[in-house]
Write a protein that binds this ligand. Structure first.
Ligand code: ACO
Length: 433
Protein backbone atom coordinates (compact mmCIF):
# COMPACT_ATOMS: atom_id res chain seq x y z
CA UNK A 1 0.00 0.00 0.00
CA UNK A 2 1.26 3.48 -0.85
CA UNK A 3 2.41 5.44 2.18
CA UNK A 4 0.23 8.42 3.04
CA UNK A 5 2.28 11.58 2.70
CA UNK A 6 1.59 14.85 4.45
CA UNK A 7 2.91 18.39 4.18
CA UNK A 8 3.48 20.11 7.50
CA UNK A 9 2.76 23.79 7.86
CA UNK A 10 4.36 25.65 10.74
CA UNK A 11 2.95 29.16 10.95
CA UNK A 12 5.63 30.24 13.41
CA UNK A 13 2.98 31.34 15.91
CA UNK A 14 3.88 28.89 18.64
CA UNK A 15 0.93 26.64 17.77
CA UNK A 16 1.26 22.99 16.77
CA UNK A 17 2.15 22.61 13.06
CA UNK A 18 -0.77 21.58 10.85
CA UNK A 19 -0.67 18.66 8.46
CA UNK A 20 -2.17 18.47 4.99
CA UNK A 21 -2.39 15.41 2.75
CA UNK A 22 -0.20 15.31 -0.36
CA UNK A 23 -1.98 13.93 -3.38
CA UNK A 24 -0.44 12.43 -6.52
CA UNK A 25 -1.99 12.36 -9.95
CA UNK A 26 -1.08 9.95 -12.77
CA UNK A 27 1.47 12.52 -14.01
CA UNK A 28 2.63 16.01 -13.13
CA UNK A 29 3.48 17.67 -9.83
CA UNK A 30 1.96 16.38 -6.59
CA UNK A 31 -0.48 18.73 -4.91
CA UNK A 32 -1.01 19.71 -1.30
CA UNK A 33 -4.66 19.28 -0.38
CA UNK A 34 -5.40 22.53 1.43
CA UNK A 35 -9.18 22.24 1.46
CA UNK A 36 -9.13 22.26 5.28
CA UNK A 37 -6.58 25.10 5.55
CA UNK A 38 -9.07 27.79 6.48
CA UNK A 39 -10.92 25.58 8.94
CA UNK A 40 -7.66 24.53 10.60
CA UNK A 41 -5.74 27.83 10.57
CA UNK A 42 -8.19 30.62 9.70
CA UNK A 43 -5.92 31.49 6.76
CA UNK A 44 -6.27 31.56 3.00
CA UNK A 45 -3.56 31.02 0.38
CA UNK A 46 -2.55 33.90 -1.89
CA UNK A 47 -1.98 32.97 -5.53
CA UNK A 48 -2.91 35.63 -8.10
CA UNK A 49 -3.16 34.15 -11.58
CA UNK A 50 -3.33 30.66 -9.98
CA UNK A 51 0.31 29.96 -10.82
CA UNK A 52 0.60 27.32 -8.07
CA UNK A 53 -2.98 26.18 -7.72
CA UNK A 54 -4.69 23.05 -9.03
CA UNK A 55 -8.34 24.07 -9.22
CA UNK A 56 -9.74 20.63 -9.99
CA UNK A 57 -9.01 16.99 -10.76
CA UNK A 58 -9.16 16.27 -14.46
CA UNK A 59 -8.56 13.25 -16.70
CA UNK A 60 -8.70 15.11 -20.00
CA UNK A 61 -5.51 16.97 -20.88
CA UNK A 62 -1.98 16.90 -19.53
CA UNK A 63 0.78 19.39 -20.24
CA UNK A 64 4.42 19.16 -19.25
CA UNK A 65 5.64 22.66 -20.04
CA UNK A 66 9.32 21.87 -19.55
CA UNK A 67 9.26 18.85 -21.83
CA UNK A 68 7.00 20.57 -24.37
CA UNK A 69 4.47 17.75 -23.97
CA UNK A 70 0.73 17.95 -24.58
CA UNK A 71 -1.52 14.90 -24.19
CA UNK A 72 -5.26 14.58 -24.81
CA UNK A 73 -6.51 11.61 -22.77
CA UNK A 74 -2.95 10.26 -22.77
CA UNK A 75 -2.31 10.56 -26.51
CA UNK A 76 0.53 12.89 -27.61
CA UNK A 77 -0.72 15.80 -29.67
CA UNK A 78 1.77 14.94 -32.44
CA UNK A 79 0.14 11.51 -32.98
CA UNK A 80 -3.36 12.92 -32.89
CA UNK A 81 -2.46 15.70 -35.34
CA UNK A 82 -0.85 13.26 -37.73
CA UNK A 83 -3.25 10.30 -37.51
CA UNK A 84 -6.68 11.57 -36.52
CA UNK A 85 -9.20 14.14 -37.66
CA UNK A 86 -10.93 16.75 -35.52
CA UNK A 87 -14.07 14.62 -35.12
CA UNK A 88 -12.03 11.77 -33.64
CA UNK A 89 -10.41 14.26 -31.27
CA UNK A 90 -13.82 15.62 -30.21
CA UNK A 91 -15.00 12.07 -29.57
CA UNK A 92 -11.85 11.38 -27.58
CA UNK A 93 -12.23 14.49 -25.43
CA UNK A 94 -15.87 13.69 -24.72
CA UNK A 95 -15.60 9.92 -24.24
CA UNK A 96 -12.03 9.33 -23.03
CA UNK A 97 -11.30 6.84 -25.85
CA UNK A 98 -10.71 7.18 -29.57
CA UNK A 99 -13.69 5.96 -31.59
CA UNK A 100 -13.75 2.66 -33.46
CA UNK A 101 -14.54 2.95 -37.18
CA UNK A 102 -18.26 2.34 -36.48
CA UNK A 103 -18.35 4.77 -33.58
CA UNK A 104 -16.71 7.38 -35.79
CA UNK A 105 -19.36 6.95 -38.52
CA UNK A 106 -22.10 7.36 -35.94
CA UNK A 107 -20.43 10.37 -34.31
CA UNK A 108 -19.94 12.12 -37.68
CA UNK A 109 -23.60 11.46 -38.47
CA UNK A 110 -24.73 12.82 -35.11
CA UNK A 111 -22.70 16.00 -35.49
CA UNK A 112 -23.94 16.47 -39.06
CA UNK A 113 -27.46 16.00 -37.76
CA UNK A 114 -27.10 19.04 -35.51
CA UNK A 115 -25.20 21.35 -37.84
CA UNK A 116 -28.09 23.66 -38.75
CA UNK A 117 -29.24 26.44 -36.45
CA UNK A 118 -32.84 27.41 -35.78
CA UNK A 119 -33.99 29.89 -38.45
CA UNK A 120 -34.99 32.28 -35.69
CA UNK A 121 -31.40 32.34 -34.45
CA UNK A 122 -30.35 33.71 -37.84
CA UNK A 123 -32.43 36.81 -37.11
CA UNK A 124 -30.30 37.58 -34.06
CA UNK A 125 -27.50 38.63 -36.38
CA UNK A 126 -29.39 41.60 -37.75
CA UNK A 127 -29.43 43.04 -34.23
CA UNK A 128 -25.66 43.54 -34.45
CA UNK A 129 -23.94 46.36 -36.24
CA UNK A 130 -22.60 45.17 -39.56
CA UNK A 131 -19.02 45.96 -38.44
CA UNK A 132 -19.32 44.18 -35.07
CA UNK A 133 -16.30 42.08 -34.17
CA UNK A 134 -17.13 38.38 -34.84
CA UNK A 135 -16.23 37.54 -31.23
CA UNK A 136 -18.83 40.03 -29.98
CA UNK A 137 -21.38 38.28 -32.18
CA UNK A 138 -20.23 34.83 -31.00
CA UNK A 139 -20.52 35.73 -27.31
CA UNK A 140 -24.11 36.86 -27.91
CA UNK A 141 -25.30 34.17 -30.32
CA UNK A 142 -23.77 31.19 -28.51
CA UNK A 143 -25.24 32.42 -25.21
CA UNK A 144 -28.59 32.82 -26.99
CA UNK A 145 -28.63 29.11 -27.89
CA UNK A 146 -29.79 28.53 -24.30
CA UNK A 147 -33.08 30.16 -25.26
CA UNK A 148 -33.74 27.39 -27.83
CA UNK A 149 -33.14 24.17 -25.92
CA UNK A 150 -35.19 24.29 -22.73
CA UNK A 151 -36.24 20.67 -23.19
CA UNK A 152 -32.69 19.38 -22.63
CA UNK A 153 -31.19 21.70 -20.05
CA UNK A 154 -31.12 19.49 -16.96
CA UNK A 155 -27.39 19.54 -16.27
CA UNK A 156 -27.65 16.62 -13.83
CA UNK A 157 -28.88 14.40 -16.70
CA UNK A 158 -25.92 12.89 -18.59
CA UNK A 159 -27.97 12.50 -21.79
CA UNK A 160 -28.87 16.21 -21.71
CA UNK A 161 -25.22 17.12 -21.20
CA UNK A 162 -24.23 14.94 -24.15
CA UNK A 163 -26.92 16.44 -26.37
CA UNK A 164 -25.75 19.96 -25.49
CA UNK A 165 -22.18 18.93 -26.37
CA UNK A 166 -23.33 17.59 -29.77
CA UNK A 167 -25.27 20.77 -30.42
CA UNK A 168 -22.39 23.04 -29.50
CA UNK A 169 -19.74 21.16 -31.47
CA UNK A 170 -22.05 20.91 -34.49
CA UNK A 171 -23.38 24.47 -34.50
CA UNK A 172 -20.22 26.43 -33.73
CA UNK A 173 -18.91 26.32 -37.34
CA UNK A 174 -22.32 27.42 -38.63
CA UNK A 175 -22.54 30.27 -36.11
CA UNK A 176 -18.93 31.32 -36.78
CA UNK A 177 -19.33 31.33 -40.58
CA UNK A 178 -22.61 33.25 -40.20
CA UNK A 179 -20.79 35.93 -38.19
CA UNK A 180 -18.41 36.33 -41.13
CA UNK A 181 -21.12 36.36 -43.80
CA UNK A 182 -23.10 38.96 -41.89
CA UNK A 183 -20.02 41.12 -41.55
CA UNK A 184 -19.30 41.11 -45.29
CA UNK A 185 -22.94 41.44 -46.29
CA UNK A 186 -23.33 38.08 -48.00
CA UNK A 187 -26.21 35.66 -47.43
CA UNK A 188 -25.74 32.90 -44.89
CA UNK A 189 -24.69 29.55 -46.37
CA UNK A 190 -26.27 26.39 -44.98
CA UNK A 191 -24.04 23.53 -43.84
CA UNK A 192 -23.33 20.71 -46.25
CA UNK A 193 -23.35 17.33 -44.53
CA UNK A 194 -21.35 15.55 -47.25
CA UNK A 195 -18.30 17.54 -46.26
CA UNK A 196 -15.88 17.02 -43.39
CA UNK A 197 -16.15 19.36 -40.40
CA UNK A 198 -13.31 21.61 -41.62
CA UNK A 199 -14.29 21.51 -45.31
CA UNK A 200 -17.90 22.28 -44.39
CA UNK A 201 -16.76 25.31 -42.42
CA UNK A 202 -14.78 26.56 -45.43
CA UNK A 203 -17.83 25.94 -47.62
CA UNK A 204 -20.01 28.06 -45.28
CA UNK A 205 -17.35 30.78 -45.20
CA UNK A 206 -16.56 31.01 -48.89
CA UNK A 207 -19.51 29.72 -50.98
CA UNK A 208 -21.98 32.21 -52.36
CA UNK A 209 -25.30 31.61 -54.16
CA UNK A 210 -23.48 32.65 -57.33
CA UNK A 211 -20.49 30.38 -56.94
CA UNK A 212 -19.90 27.21 -55.01
CA UNK A 213 -16.61 26.93 -53.17
CA UNK A 214 -14.90 23.57 -53.47
CA UNK A 215 -12.56 23.19 -50.51
CA UNK A 216 -9.01 22.17 -51.43
CA UNK A 217 -8.20 19.02 -49.42
CA UNK A 218 -4.75 20.22 -48.31
CA UNK A 219 -6.24 23.47 -47.04
CA UNK A 220 -9.14 21.71 -45.31
CA UNK A 221 -6.60 19.39 -43.65
CA UNK A 222 -4.62 22.43 -42.47
CA UNK A 223 -7.75 23.90 -40.91
CA UNK A 224 -8.56 20.53 -39.35
CA UNK A 225 -5.09 20.54 -37.79
CA UNK A 226 -5.63 24.05 -36.40
CA UNK A 227 -8.82 22.72 -34.79
CA UNK A 228 -7.06 19.67 -33.31
CA UNK A 229 -4.21 21.74 -31.88
CA UNK A 230 -6.59 24.22 -30.26
CA UNK A 231 -9.19 21.73 -29.01
CA UNK A 232 -8.15 21.66 -25.36
CA UNK A 233 -5.39 22.94 -23.15
CA UNK A 234 -5.89 21.92 -19.55
CA UNK A 235 -7.07 24.60 -17.09
CA UNK A 236 -6.24 27.70 -19.18
CA UNK A 237 -8.03 31.01 -18.57
CA UNK A 238 -11.06 30.38 -20.80
CA UNK A 239 -11.51 26.77 -19.64
CA UNK A 240 -11.30 27.90 -16.03
CA UNK A 241 -13.88 30.55 -16.91
CA UNK A 242 -16.20 27.88 -18.33
CA UNK A 243 -15.74 25.76 -15.21
CA UNK A 244 -16.28 28.70 -12.86
CA UNK A 245 -19.40 29.82 -14.73
CA UNK A 246 -20.64 26.23 -14.78
CA UNK A 247 -19.95 25.71 -11.08
CA UNK A 248 -23.03 27.80 -10.28
CA UNK A 249 -25.17 25.37 -12.28
CA UNK A 250 -25.42 27.74 -15.28
CA UNK A 251 -26.46 26.09 -18.55
CA UNK A 252 -23.72 24.90 -20.97
CA UNK A 253 -24.49 27.47 -23.68
CA UNK A 254 -24.09 30.33 -21.19
CA UNK A 255 -20.86 28.76 -19.90
CA UNK A 256 -19.36 28.38 -23.38
CA UNK A 257 -20.33 31.97 -24.12
CA UNK A 258 -18.37 33.01 -20.99
CA UNK A 259 -15.41 31.00 -22.29
CA UNK A 260 -15.61 32.79 -25.64
CA UNK A 261 -15.55 36.15 -23.85
CA UNK A 262 -12.42 35.18 -21.94
CA UNK A 263 -10.71 33.71 -25.00
CA UNK A 264 -11.13 37.01 -26.82
CA UNK A 265 -8.39 38.74 -24.77
CA UNK A 266 -5.04 39.36 -26.53
CA UNK A 267 -3.07 37.52 -23.81
CA UNK A 268 -5.08 34.38 -24.64
CA UNK A 269 -6.92 33.50 -27.86
CA UNK A 270 -6.72 37.00 -29.26
CA UNK A 271 -2.96 36.51 -29.69
CA UNK A 272 -3.12 35.19 -33.28
CA UNK A 273 -5.08 38.24 -34.38
CA UNK A 274 -2.78 40.52 -32.38
CA UNK A 275 0.25 38.77 -33.88
CA UNK A 276 -0.90 39.33 -37.45
CA UNK A 277 -1.72 42.97 -36.69
CA UNK A 278 1.75 43.32 -35.16
CA UNK A 279 3.42 41.81 -38.25
CA UNK A 280 1.46 44.22 -40.43
CA UNK A 281 2.52 47.10 -38.19
CA UNK A 282 6.20 46.07 -38.33
CA UNK A 283 5.71 45.95 -42.07
CA UNK A 284 9.31 45.49 -43.13
CA UNK A 285 12.33 43.42 -42.05
CA UNK A 286 14.32 46.60 -41.50
CA UNK A 287 12.01 47.51 -38.61
CA UNK A 288 12.25 44.19 -36.71
CA UNK A 289 15.10 45.30 -34.44
CA UNK A 290 13.18 48.39 -33.44
CA UNK A 291 10.28 46.18 -32.27
CA UNK A 292 12.60 43.70 -30.54
CA UNK A 293 14.03 46.68 -28.66
CA UNK A 294 10.54 47.79 -27.66
CA UNK A 295 9.69 44.26 -26.42
CA UNK A 296 12.72 44.41 -24.10
CA UNK A 297 12.07 47.93 -22.83
CA UNK A 298 10.66 47.83 -19.29
CA UNK A 299 9.03 51.22 -19.81
CA UNK A 300 7.21 50.13 -22.95
CA UNK A 301 4.23 47.82 -22.48
CA UNK A 302 4.62 46.44 -26.01
CA UNK A 303 4.93 42.63 -26.10
CA UNK A 304 6.02 40.50 -29.00
CA UNK A 305 2.69 38.86 -29.82
CA UNK A 306 2.85 35.13 -30.55
CA UNK A 307 5.85 34.69 -28.22
CA UNK A 308 5.84 33.24 -24.72
CA UNK A 309 3.50 30.97 -22.86
CA UNK A 310 2.49 30.62 -19.23
CA UNK A 311 3.12 26.88 -19.23
CA UNK A 312 5.50 26.03 -22.09
CA UNK A 313 8.89 27.35 -21.10
CA UNK A 314 10.87 25.26 -23.55
CA UNK A 315 8.80 24.92 -26.68
CA UNK A 316 5.13 24.70 -27.56
CA UNK A 317 4.59 21.31 -29.28
CA UNK A 318 1.60 22.75 -31.09
CA UNK A 319 3.83 25.49 -32.52
CA UNK A 320 6.13 22.85 -34.01
CA UNK A 321 3.20 21.14 -35.77
CA UNK A 322 1.69 24.43 -36.88
CA UNK A 323 5.02 25.57 -38.27
CA UNK A 324 5.05 22.41 -40.44
CA UNK A 325 1.49 23.09 -41.63
CA UNK A 326 2.43 26.70 -42.30
CA UNK A 327 5.13 25.63 -44.75
CA UNK A 328 2.79 23.08 -46.41
CA UNK A 329 -0.01 25.58 -46.90
CA UNK A 330 2.20 28.36 -48.19
CA UNK A 331 3.79 25.86 -50.59
CA UNK A 332 0.36 24.70 -51.81
CA UNK A 333 -0.77 28.28 -52.31
CA UNK A 334 2.51 29.36 -53.92
CA UNK A 335 2.94 31.95 -51.18
CA UNK A 336 6.50 31.11 -50.08
CA UNK A 337 7.56 34.60 -51.08
CA UNK A 338 4.69 36.32 -49.35
CA UNK A 339 6.30 39.36 -47.67
CA UNK A 340 4.41 38.93 -44.39
CA UNK A 341 5.44 35.29 -44.14
CA UNK A 342 9.06 36.17 -44.88
CA UNK A 343 8.89 38.87 -42.25
CA UNK A 344 7.48 36.37 -39.71
CA UNK A 345 10.28 33.90 -40.41
CA UNK A 346 12.90 36.61 -40.02
CA UNK A 347 11.35 37.78 -36.75
CA UNK A 348 11.23 34.18 -35.50
CA UNK A 349 14.95 33.74 -36.31
CA UNK A 350 16.07 37.00 -34.71
CA UNK A 351 13.99 36.45 -31.57
CA UNK A 352 15.17 32.85 -31.16
CA UNK A 353 18.80 34.03 -31.17
CA UNK A 354 18.23 37.03 -28.92
CA UNK A 355 19.58 36.86 -25.36
CA UNK A 356 16.46 38.49 -23.85
CA UNK A 357 14.09 35.98 -25.49
CA UNK A 358 16.38 33.05 -24.61
CA UNK A 359 16.78 34.06 -20.97
CA UNK A 360 13.04 34.62 -20.50
CA UNK A 361 12.24 31.38 -22.35
CA UNK A 362 10.13 33.16 -24.93
CA UNK A 363 9.50 30.93 -27.95
CA UNK A 364 6.95 31.31 -30.73
CA UNK A 365 3.66 29.82 -29.57
CA UNK A 366 1.02 28.07 -31.71
CA UNK A 367 -0.69 31.36 -32.49
CA UNK A 368 2.39 32.81 -34.11
CA UNK A 369 1.97 30.28 -36.94
CA UNK A 370 -1.77 29.67 -36.89
CA UNK A 371 -2.41 33.30 -37.84
CA UNK A 372 -0.16 32.99 -40.89
CA UNK A 373 -1.87 29.73 -41.94
CA UNK A 374 -5.34 31.18 -41.54
CA UNK A 375 -4.41 34.25 -43.53
CA UNK A 376 -3.14 31.98 -46.33
CA UNK A 377 -6.48 30.11 -46.24
CA UNK A 378 -8.21 33.40 -46.99
CA UNK A 379 -9.61 33.81 -43.51
CA UNK A 380 -9.70 37.44 -42.43
CA UNK A 381 -7.71 38.39 -39.33
CA UNK A 382 -10.82 39.37 -37.38
CA UNK A 383 -12.07 35.75 -37.64
CA UNK A 384 -8.98 34.10 -36.16
CA UNK A 385 -10.09 34.09 -32.55
CA UNK A 386 -13.59 32.97 -33.55
CA UNK A 387 -12.05 29.90 -35.21
CA UNK A 388 -10.04 29.26 -32.06
CA UNK A 389 -13.33 29.41 -30.11
CA UNK A 390 -14.88 26.92 -32.53
CA UNK A 391 -12.04 24.46 -31.83
CA UNK A 392 -11.87 25.05 -28.08
CA UNK A 393 -15.61 24.45 -27.70
CA UNK A 394 -14.82 20.72 -27.82
CA UNK A 395 -12.45 21.03 -24.86
CA UNK A 396 -14.65 23.45 -22.95
CA UNK A 397 -17.70 21.21 -23.14
CA UNK A 398 -15.71 18.10 -22.20
CA UNK A 399 -14.24 19.93 -19.18
CA UNK A 400 -17.64 21.33 -18.20
CA UNK A 401 -19.21 17.88 -18.37
CA UNK A 402 -16.36 16.34 -16.39
CA UNK A 403 -16.84 18.97 -13.68
CA UNK A 404 -20.60 18.45 -13.40
CA UNK A 405 -20.19 14.68 -13.01
CA UNK A 406 -17.36 15.02 -10.43
CA UNK A 407 -18.64 14.17 -6.93
CA UNK A 408 -16.19 16.76 -5.52
CA UNK A 409 -17.65 19.54 -7.68
CA UNK A 410 -18.40 22.70 -5.70
CA UNK A 411 -19.42 26.25 -6.47
CA UNK A 412 -16.19 28.10 -7.37
CA UNK A 413 -15.68 30.85 -4.84
CA UNK A 414 -12.11 32.19 -4.41
CA UNK A 415 -11.29 34.40 -1.45
CA UNK A 416 -9.02 37.45 -1.32
CA UNK A 417 -6.38 39.38 0.58
CA UNK A 418 -8.31 42.52 1.47
CA UNK A 419 -6.26 45.72 1.33
CA UNK A 420 -9.05 48.30 1.43
CA UNK A 421 -10.15 50.63 4.21
CA UNK A 422 -10.88 49.24 7.67
CA UNK A 423 -14.36 49.69 9.15
CA UNK A 424 -15.29 53.38 9.27
CA UNK A 425 -18.34 55.54 9.79
CA UNK A 426 -20.33 57.31 7.07
CA UNK A 427 -20.02 61.08 7.56
CA UNK A 428 -23.24 62.98 6.77
CA UNK A 429 -22.89 64.50 3.28
CA UNK A 430 -22.89 68.13 4.51
CA UNK A 431 -19.86 67.42 6.75
CA UNK A 432 -17.76 65.60 4.09
CA UNK A 433 -14.65 67.40 2.85
N1 ACO B 1 7.32 39.87 -25.40
C1 ACO B 1 8.23 40.47 -24.58
N2 ACO B 1 8.43 40.14 -23.29
C2 ACO B 1 7.67 39.15 -22.79
C3 ACO B 1 6.70 38.48 -23.57
C4 ACO B 1 6.54 38.86 -24.92
N3 ACO B 1 5.65 38.25 -25.72
N4 ACO B 1 6.09 37.53 -22.82
C5 ACO B 1 6.65 37.61 -21.61
N5 ACO B 1 7.60 38.58 -21.58
C6 ACO B 1 8.46 38.95 -20.44
C7 ACO B 1 7.69 39.78 -19.43
O1 ACO B 1 7.81 41.16 -19.67
C8 ACO B 1 8.33 39.35 -18.13
O2 ACO B 1 9.54 40.07 -18.00
P1 ACO B 1 10.12 40.43 -16.53
O3 ACO B 1 10.55 39.11 -15.96
O4 ACO B 1 11.27 41.33 -16.85
O5 ACO B 1 9.01 41.08 -15.79
C9 ACO B 1 8.70 37.88 -18.36
O6 ACO B 1 8.83 37.74 -19.78
C10 ACO B 1 7.64 36.92 -17.86
O7 ACO B 1 6.37 37.34 -18.37
P2 ACO B 1 5.00 37.03 -17.65
O8 ACO B 1 3.94 37.89 -18.24
O9 ACO B 1 5.16 37.04 -16.17
O10 ACO B 1 4.84 35.53 -18.06
P3 ACO B 1 3.51 34.75 -18.18
O11 ACO B 1 3.90 33.35 -18.12
O12 ACO B 1 2.49 35.22 -17.21
O13 ACO B 1 3.04 35.23 -19.63
C11 ACO B 1 1.95 35.28 -21.70
C12 ACO B 1 2.55 34.41 -20.60
C13 ACO B 1 0.76 36.08 -21.14
C14 ACO B 1 1.42 34.35 -22.79
C15 ACO B 1 3.03 36.25 -22.26
O14 ACO B 1 4.15 35.55 -22.70
C16 ACO B 1 2.48 37.14 -23.38
O15 ACO B 1 1.86 38.16 -23.11
N6 ACO B 1 2.74 36.76 -24.68
C17 ACO B 1 2.22 37.49 -25.80
C18 ACO B 1 0.77 37.14 -26.03
C19 ACO B 1 0.60 35.77 -26.63
O16 ACO B 1 1.24 35.40 -27.60
N7 ACO B 1 -0.33 35.00 -26.03
C20 ACO B 1 -0.70 33.69 -26.55
C21 ACO B 1 -0.55 32.65 -25.53
S1 ACO B 1 -0.83 31.08 -26.30
C22 ACO B 1 -2.49 30.85 -26.29
O17 ACO B 1 -3.27 31.46 -25.62
C23 ACO B 1 -2.96 29.77 -27.25
Amino acid sequence: MEEKRVATLDLGNGKKPTEFPVMSGSAGPDVIDIRTLHAKTGMFTYDPGFVSTASCRSNITFIDGDKGMLLYRGYPIEQLAEQCDFMEVCYLLMNAELPTANQKVLFDKTIHGHSMVHEQLARFYTGFRRDAHPMAVMVGVVGALSAFYHEAMDISDASHRELSAFRLIAKLPTITAMAYKYNIGQPFVYPHNDLSYAANFMHMMFSTPAEEYRPNLILAKALDRILILHADHEQNASTSTVRLAGSSGANPFACISAGIACLWGPAHGGANEACLSMLEEIGDESRINQYIKRAKDKNDDFRMMGFGHRVYKNFDPRAKLMRETCHEVLGEMGLEDDPLFKLALKLEKIALEDEYFISKKLYPNVDFYSGIVQRALGIPVSMFTAIFAMARTAGWIAQWSEMISDPEYKLGRPRQLYNGASVRRVTPIELRK
